[in-house]
Design a protein around this ligand. Structure first.
Ligand SMILES: O=P(O)(O)OC[C@H]1O[C@H](O)[C@H](O)[C@@H](O)[C@@H]1O
Length: 316
């Protein structure tokens, strides 16, 4: 678990209900927590110690229920787009620490990181008859950026390809959902999960929220921004290998129906999920797919229509 630098720290410890978790710390004070259960990031704090991700106060940290919040991994199926359980099984399996991952092309020496791996058990192969290696690297950059890289390899010995859909189901913490806008998805086509996955085209304005939303935006740009006016904070997502973006907020009625979600918590969260849903990824034996998500949180004093995420980043 060495990180190559003494300015960063990686610690394996016990989390809620004795579940194993890994804590990454960066010298300026930012941190990340990852549970081996689900391979799930449950905390991302900036260098002021402020939590940037939402985890429900009612989240159940106990198998087989997935943890409500943070960044669940949806694999090998997103949502109900297939015959498996909702969002697949990766989010409620116990992952292992990968002590000898294949090298990455880029140098990670200035980052705190942890490598996890998920391989199917015999039981898993009864519900999804494929052999795979899913490697997840969670890294915390020197500026507090959070980076997730998934590498999924088909290790089938029977010569068979497999197809999957995928999402980093990220729950962002926001001050007040009615003060939030999302930029980068305007004018795009989307599938509306609230209208039998029918296809529509989004209007020209940035997306704001005043009721339940559950949309899969298709072929999105690699950068998406979430602007939180009240907090004066902008989240910038950069993604690679993940063409789609799911936007979800359950609003009041669905919030009440979820046992592991507080009645009013919908006001303080927004899911914007880098995903590959519309066109499943197909891998032949020996092939590997890579999907990457990079998250930054930057202070913003934002005026409508002026967002250029690069400028926001550079001016911070
Ligand atoms: O309750 P979960 O299984 O965690 O799913 C929570 C939500 O995830 C995604 O955002 C889907 O698009 C929603 O339809 C779903 O309600």
């Amino acid at each position: 678990m060495a990180t190559g630098s003494d300015r960063v720290a990686v610690e394996l410890c016990k989390g809620i209900n004795g579940l194993d978790k890994v804590v990454l710390r960066e010298s300026r004070g930012s941190s990340v927590e990852v549970y081996l259960y689900g391979g799930q990031v449950t905390s991302w704090k900036n260098d002021h110690g402020e939590e940037l991700l939402f985890v429900s106060s009612k989240a159940i940290f106990k198998p087989p229920k997935a943890i409500r919040g943070g960044i669940p991994i949806c694999f090998p199926q997103f949502g109900s787009h297939g015959g498996l359980e909702q969002h697949g099984f990766a989010r409620n399996r116990v992952w292992s620490i990968d002590t000898d991952p294949p090298p990455f092309p880029t140098v990670s020496s200035n980052k705190a990181f942890i490598d996890l791996i998920l391989k199917p058990t015999e039981e898993d192969m009864k519900i999804w008859p494929h052999s795979f290696e899913f490697r997840l690297r969670v890294a915390l950059g020197p500026g507090g950026d959070l980076m997730l890289t998934s590498r999924i390899r088909n290790t089938n010995a029977d010569g068979k390809p497999f197809s999957f859909t995928f999402a980093y189901h990220t729950y962002f913490s926001v001050s007040d959902i009615s003060e939030v806008r999302v930029e980068g998805l305007e004018t795009l086509d989307y599938l509306d999960n609230l209208q039998s996955k029918e296809r529509f085209t989004e209007q020209g304005d940035a997306i704001t929220f005043e009721s339940e939303i559950d949309k899969i935006y298709l072929s999105t740009p690699t950068k998406i921004a979430i602007l939180d006016h009240e907090k004066k904070r902008t989240f910038v997502l950069r993604k690679d290998g993940l063409p789609d973006a799911v936007v979800w907020n359950p609003w009041d009625r669905k919030a009440k129906a979820m046992a592991d979600f507080g009645d009013d918590e919908y006001k303080h969260m927004l899911c914007v999920e880098a995903a590959a849903v519309e066109k499943p990824i197909t891998l032949k034996p020996g092939e590997e797919w890579r999907g990457r998500l990079e998250l930054s949180a930057v202070p913003s004093s934002y005026c409508s229509g002026q967002l250029d995420p690069r400028k926001v980043l550079l001016s911070s």
